[in-house]
Design a binder for this molecule. Structure first.
Ligand SMILES: [Zn+2]
Length: 221
């Protein structure tokens, strides 16, 4: 089995354990040469095995490996890989606090360093678009084209994390829901204080790459 697919399957199961998707919700993919492995339609991310994952050619969208129908968000995943050669993994989840907060008039904004270092300043919030439609893929494609876009919030739907590796996309997914959870808790007890532009600039100067590598070393899937 492809080592990439093996890691993707393990990460998919972790998303269920972390309560970021339920039932057959959410979908994950990883680039493997010319192919994209994408979770199959109708399976829980905790249940799908390697044989269940279709391998899809990124250039044509044709199914090259496997017999299962890919996730209905296949167009969204393809659009990201075609736009962003630096992206090797895409994780789409339905994190409950992120959905609650961003569907109630709030935008996620950094309140702690890890969120800023993982996601940066550009986390677009897309208004609701009907799930699984080509229109959703078009809206995601528009914002994902920016090279500094590492995460996207879909209001009334969920989140997407982009990464150069599966692990990076996974940690970005966790950081999005962690930010939403902290922001939500802060709103219960007072007015949240966000990191200022100057504080974010200072984090940039720290060298966010080396800081991120340090974070990656600390965290384990
Ligand atoms: Zn979804």
């Amino acid at each position: 089995m492809s080592a990439i697919l093996d890691e993707l399957i393990q990460t998919a199961a972790s998303l269920v354990t972390a309560d970021l998707v339920r039932g057959a919700g959410g979908n994950v993919s990883a680039r493997d040469g010319d192919l994209m492995w994408l979770s199959p339609s109708g399976f829980s991310l905790a249940d799908a095995s390697a044989d269940d994952y279709p391998g899809i050619r990124i250039d044509t969208g044709r199914i090259d490996q496997g017999t299962n129908r890919p996730s209905s968000e296949v167009l969204m995943h393809l659009a990201i890989y075609r736009q962003r050669p630096d992206v090797n993994a895409v994780i789409h989840t339905h994190p409950p606090i992120t959905i609650a907060l961003t569907s109630s008039g709030h935008d996620l904004k950094p309140m702690f360093a890890d969120y800023y270092v993982y996601l940066g300043r550009n986390v677009p919030h897309i208004p609701y678009v009907t799930v699984t439609t080509p229109e959703l893929a078009v809206e995601v494609e528009k914002v994902a084209a920016a090279p500094d876009c590492h995460g996207i919030v879909l209001r009334n739907h969920g989140a997407i994390a982009l990464g150069t590796s599966i692990k990076e996309s996974y940690f970005r997914t966790l950081a999005i829901e962690e930010q939403a959870t902290i922001q939500h808790a802060a709103l219960q007890v007072g007015r949240p204080t966000f990191l200022s532009e100057a504080e974010c600039d200072k984090l940039d100067r720290l060298g966010s790459e080396s800081y991120r590598r340090e974070l990656l070393a600390r965290m384990r899937v």
